[in-house]
Design a protein around this ligand. Structure first.
Ligand SMILES: Cc1cc2nc3c(=O)[nH]c(=O)nc-3n(C[C@H](O)[C@H](O)[C@H](O)COP(=O)(O)OP(=O)(O)OC[C@H]3O[C@@H](n4cnc5c(N)ncnc54)[C@H](O)[C@@H]3O)c2cc1C
Length: 333
């Protein structure tokens, strides 16, 4: 146990691993997989994990670099990026080169390699909307395999790599299909429209949208460099219409988003807030003052303390609303 992981997870949890190996290429990854005898963990930017204990094994830190324009057509451009590329740097690269599609996903922490895992999403788009294909190494055989969009079974904060293929592949490179101007702008989120209007922008570019999203996120979400967190701790629950109807009777102000299949999505943050948790501090942990869905480390919290708080919150929501919240953050034990 000699490698501290505190700087490698955005919760800032102090935990140790036996060793951390930076993976910089597919060839190196395949060699490491061939030789490795200990258990291992695949790490990107550590912005969606909660470390409960020291890790008995090796951490493979995905650092494969490189952003490349692969093919250019009249209306679209195929852009690829190595698994270790910082997500926001990729978004900025696209915006600077006037390639449309990623701008609403500005400032999401983490790496390109982790982005398909939970189909990252924000402000009206998900990665599935711009995803083309990815390359991954099969852990059992070391073989390189290409997965196209359909094979990934993308869902809300979900993909095949969180289900059937969990723990079986390591993503090494991702391709995106982006647009050349004129772009299709996604402006459905009221907050984006408000920021654009306040800045006097009536014909927004993708750079204006990216800047608006950066402004909104910086004001709303805690910066992990200042206070440890992993963004939304729980997924927004999707419930059936019968349960929704009974909740709506009791709570007519409940925010809700009807889904195409007849189910209804509810904001987990609102449910947690209604249970009195917003801004509450419990020892070294708590929920953020501006966003109850974000659990925070006020300093020196252990992973188990954050998990205990999460379980208490989940139980309150279950008792009050009969809804069982699902964790979005990956627990590492
Ligand atoms: C302040 C804040 C705001 C956030 N906002 C959003 C948001 O708006 N929308 C959203 O969707 N998410 C959000 N997140 C969550 C997080 O940023 C994303 O889930 C991100 O994709 C995680 O990337 P990472 O590289 O940090 O992954 P890690 O935390 O390192 O890993 C996450 C999981 O993916 C696996 N993994 C990582 N890399 C690979 C790879 N190359 N191959 C195979 N498996 C891999 C890990 O084993 C782990 O299980 C937020 C987080 C924070 C801290």
């Amino acid at each position: 146990m000699n490698k501290s992981l505190q700087a490698f997870n955005t919760f800032g949890i102090e935990a140790y691993a036996d060793q951390l190996i930076e993976i910089n290429s597919v060839a190196q990854l395949r060699e490491v997989l061939q030789d490795i005898t200990e258990p291992f963990y695949v790490l990107g930017g550590g912005s969606n994990i909660l470390l409960l204990n020291n890790l008995k094994g090796v951490v493979l830190k995905m650092s494969i670099p490189g952003i490349k324009v692969e093919r250019t057509f009249k209306k679209v451009v195929y852009l690829s990026a190595g698994a270790g590329v910082n997500w926001h740097q990729l978004v900025l690269y696209a915006v600077e080169n006037d390639l449309g599609g990623l701008e609403n996903l500005s400032l999401i922490p983490g790496t390109v390699g982790a982005s398909p895992m939970q189909n990252i999403g924000a402000y009206g788009i998900e990665i599935k909307d711009v995803f083309h294909r990815l390359e991954a190494v099969e852990i059992a055989t070391g073989k390189v395999k290409v997965f196209r969009k359909k094979a990934l079974a993308f869902g809300y904060r979900n993909s095949i790599f969180k289900n059937k293929l969990k723990g079986k592949y390591i993503i090494t490179k991702v391709w995106f299909k982006l647009t050349k101007p004129p772009h299709r702008l996604r402006l459905s989120y009221g907050a984006i429209q408000s920021v654009l209007a306040a800045s006097g922008v009536d014909q927004p570019t993708i750079r204006d949208i990216s800047n608006a999203v950066i402004k909104i996120r910086s004001e709303k979400l805690p910066d992990p460099r200042e206070i440890g967190n992993a963004g939304s701790f729980f997924k927004n629950p999707v419930i059936d219409v019968k349960l929704f109807a009974s909740l709506y009777q009791q709570y007519p102000k409940i925010p809700h988003y009807p889904q195409a299949d007849g189910t209804v999505k509810l904001p987990a943050g609102w449910l947690i807030e209604q249970c009195g948790w917003k801004g509450k501090r419990v020892g070294n942990t708590g929920t953020h003052v501006r966003q109850a869905l974000v659990l925070v480390n006020y300093g020196n919290a252990k992973g188990s303390e954050i998990q205990a708080l999460a379980l208490k919150i989940r139980e309150s929501v279950r008792q009050k609303f009969k809804i069982s919240l699902e964790m979005e953050v990956n627990i590492w034990d």
